[in-house]
Design a protein around this ligand. Structure first.
Ligand SMILES: [Zn+2]
Length: 376
């Protein structure tokens, strides 16, 4: 099957693809709602079973269910996620609908259209062999429970293709590494008027840490450090005994990610009598460095004109994905092969319907190329 035939077939199937996308969007799937996630997993499994010819293997971890369709040794692994950032009942005020070529609804762009695209694109290639499709349930909250199955499947693969949304049509050839931190600072309460000397002021300590964290930023190297949440204090005349601080860090290289990590954790307390500790988080996703995507992107550039995509671009973006995990363990990785549209995590997110066929044919072409001749 050549790429043009795949494209034609996918174009013919667009009504079914769109109907399945609608079903998948209507099965709302907030990352933290396990009951809803399980229902969405069933809907997804039904679509996959119908289109791919077999049901998914399920990997359940702490209530999150990750679905894997595997056909022989997974030389190529397609990765997606079915959880979304939207709360339950969002579709009451923002139902799935179609306006011309645009489909919209919670999770359409990030990334339910990419999930449907991957399933139809693989089925469009004839015999299914040496391919796996993994669709996880917790990507939007850091992939804590899916990381193991992502990495263990990817380790058997030559290439990982991530069906996250594109960036205005551009493929994601690099992603920053992501670290999240939640710190707690303990001090000592005291009356601010009568005996402030007996207190240890966690708000002052927190202020030091906020400014120290910000000072670690290096925009020239693409490193951003942002204190994002602080909770401290009880009332105006009490020295605050407890504080909490969250920090978001993004870096283009492992070295930068590690530098900031070490500095945040190594910074001594400045206010006597206070202590601080990391309560959650750390370095979550390592950077997807462009060296990991170079060869696959070259393949994509060759396939793109055959499926009507001209002037295919590659970009590096700040947000992480599961592609960061596969790149970090040395697997060639290309990301952003899903929806063309806009508005990830924003009300009104939308995806082009016709682009699902083009991108699906592109993914199929990349897969066939890798299966025939490896990655380089
Ligand atoms: Zn996503």
């Amino acid at each position: 099957v050549n790429s043009q035939e795949t494209l034609q077939l996918l174009r013919q199937q667009l009504p079914e693809i769109t109907a399945d996308l609608e079903q998948l969007v209507n099965a709302e799937s907030p990352s933290m709602e396990k009951t809803l996630l399980a229902k969405c997993a069933d809907v997804l499994d039904e679509i996959g079973t119908r289109v791919l010819g077999k049901s998914a293997q399920r990997f359940e971890n702490d209530g999150w269910q990750h679905l894997l369709w595997q056909f022989g040794k997974p030389d190529v692994l397609l990765i997606g996620h079915y959880d979304t950032v939207w709360p339950a009942n969002k579709i009451d005020s923002w139902p799935f609908h179609i306006d011309g070529d645009r489909a919209t609804g919670p999770g359409v762009f990030d990334m339910k259209s990419g999930v449907v695209e991957s399933i139809y694109a693989m089925a469009a290639g004839g015999v299914l062999n040496n391919i796996a499709i993994l669709v996880t349930a917790d990507e939007e909250i850091g992939s804590i429970t899916s990381r193991e199955v992502i990495e263990s499947t990817a380790k058997q693969s030559k290439a990982a293709l991530v069906l996250e949304n594109s960036h205005h049509g551009a493929i994601k050839i690099g992603r920053k590494g992501v670290s999240f931190y939640e710190f707690e600072i303990e001090g000592k309460a005291a009356h601010a008027g009568l005996e402030p000397e007996n207190g240890a002021n966690t708000l002052v300590e927190l202020a030091h840490r906020v400014l120290h964290a910000k000072s670690l930023e290096n925009l020239d190297l693409g490193t951003t450090v942002n204190p994002t949440v602080a909770h401290v204090g009880t009332t105006v005349n009490v020295i605050p005994a407890h504080a909490e601080l969250s920090v978001d860090v993004r870096a283009e290289s492992k070295e930068e990610q590690k530098r900031v990590h070490d500095a945040l954790l190594g910074e001594p307390t400045r206010v006597e009598g206070t202590s601080f500790k990391l309560t959650a988080g750390g370095m979550n996703r390592a950077p997807l460095e462009t060296s990991a995507s170079k060869e696959l992107f070259a393949i994509a550039e060759k396939v793109a004109p055959q499926v009507g995509i001209h002037d295919l671009k590659g970009v590096t973006v700040g947000g992480g994905s599961d592609g960061n995990f596969t790149a970090a363990i040395g697997i060639s990785t290309l990301d952003g092969l899903g929806a063309v549209g806009d508005g990830a995590h924003a009300e009104g997110e939308w995806a082009s319907i016709s682009a699902i066929a083009e991108r699906g044919a592109l993914v199929r072409g990349i897969v066939d190329h890798v299966l025939a001749s490896g990655v380089s």
